[in-house]
Design a binder for this molecule. Sequence first.
Ligand SMILES: [Zn+2]
Length: 292
Amino acid sequence: MKEKMLLSLLVTVLVCCVQLTDPMTILAYNPAPENGDVFEQGLQEKDKRNISVEDFPELEGGPENPERVAPTPIDMTILQERYPDTFILRGPANQNRIALTFDDGPDPRFTDEVLNVLNQYNVPGTFFFMGSRAIAYPEIVERTNIEGHVIGNHTYFHPNLVKEADIPTLEREVTRTEDVLFDIIGYRTSLFRPPYGFLYNELVEKLGEMQYLIIGWSVDSLDWQEDPPAVIAANVLDNVHPGAIILMHDGADWDGDRTNTIEALHQIIPTLQEQGYEFVTVPELLTIPFAK
Ligand SMILES: [Zn+2]
């Protein structure tokens, strides 16, 4: 009897394991650690900065850190090979042109300072904004546009699109953001960057149908780890190449801080300019229109 019970328990456990080991589930399902404490810290931070936390749209799929520990559900390189006309990771290697890209803004704590640094060195950037933050801080979006930077779509709430795993979610997130940005900047951006770089075949195909070019990256500053500025700078300077698309963040969660990103830019930009690199926007790098 006891053996029988043990056997049935074993079978149950095995069945559960099989269900959990669906490859997509394992890769996409990256249980974020309980970060209630972190959120509490965020609330305290908020008090210091005197901005209402209810007004600040959070990253719905979670902060960069826990999500990014897991591997990309389908590696960006594989998706790029499968969909070379839709999924871009880098520009042409035969010119010394590179593009700085910034995700998760507009952020009232950091985006203005990033723009100030870019202005200081007369360098354009490409900003992948979230719809929920754009509608909350339209003046930052407007400033970004007026100062000659290009704006791309980074979804409305920053969900993990692979975990959400359905086309309607993607369509809603992208269209809503496109409409919000259009109302502020007056064009429909042709650029999309998926939160965490997470996509799979059907989502790439849908974005292609929606006339988007998906922009990944070839150099990751890993700035979301909030290492010292010299480390962030080295992550870029040691890996840069002609045609590089460089990933950085002007936005963060409430407990996140992009001060080191801003400091690192003061090292990255002049160093690369001295090396003969020219900074351009992503559409300039790829010679494509920035609007649909
Ligand atoms: Zn993001």
